[in-house]
Design a protein around this ligand. Structure first.
Ligand SMILES: CC(C)(COP(=O)(O)OP(=O)(O)OC[C@H]1O[C@@H](n2cnc3c(N)ncnc32)[C@H](O)[C@@H]1OP(=O)(O)O)[C@@H](O)C(=O)NCCC(=O)NCCS
Length: 151
């Protein structure tokens, strides 16, 4: 039987694994170890693991701003071997519950315009496009801006 996946805030000991995942999962605009250390202390960094394992299956970084009812999904990914199992969908639900508990009214994110898997995932979970940024990424790639209203 497949071990259960659980979600928890990242800890400092996760930084090396998270930095390696940023390199594996993203071609551009990666978070450095320094940023990840900062984010673990000052933002919501949520990791997915299997029970009884320290290996990270996926993670997300959710940012908030003082006096704002919006939160931004800043980084989000699942390791290739754990994809298509619904983990990303569950991770989005965890982020949404954090947003609700923080009295947030809207989640926002940016996604590469050719990233069909992620765009479909976000649409499936209620995100809609509200903008487009030409040359948004460090490598010149364009971004679709998406948002979801929180009840
Ligand atoms: C996008 C990503 C997070 C999806 O993770 P996942 O755990 O496989 O997704 P889930 O199993 O929870 O969700 C599946 C849904 O996502 C979408 N999806 C996932 N992979 C897809 C693919 N290869 N093609 C099209 N849609 C896909 C579909 O809507 C799918 O729903 P369906 O099965 O009903 O069609 C994962 O592919 C990933 O980490 N990619 C690399 C990092 C990345 O691009 N992050 C997003 C940055 S904005």
């Amino acid at each position: 039987m497949r071990a259960k996946t659980f979600f928890a805030p990242a800890i400092k000991a996760d930084v090396d694994q998270l930095a390696a995942l940023e390199i594996d999962l993203f071609q551009t605009d990666r978070c450095s170890k320094k940023s990840l250390r900062y984010l673990i202390q000052h933002a919501h960094v949520i990791v997915a693991r299997q029970e009884e394992s320290t290996d990270i299956l996926g993670y997300a970084v959710l940012l908030s701003r003082k006096n704002s009812r919006k939160m931004r999904i800043y980084s989000f990914g699942i390791v290739p071997t754990a994809r298509n199992l619904g983990i990303a969908g569950k991770l989005l639900e965890v982020l949404e519950s954090i947003a609700v508990n923080s009295c947030c009214r809207m989640l926002t994110l940016e996604v590469g315009d050719g990233n069909t898997a992620a765009i479909n995932l976000y649409k499936k979970h209620g995100f809609v496009q509200y903008g487009f940024r030409l040359g948004y990424y460090e490598d010149g790639g364009h971004a679709i801006l998406m948002k979801k209203h929180i009840q």
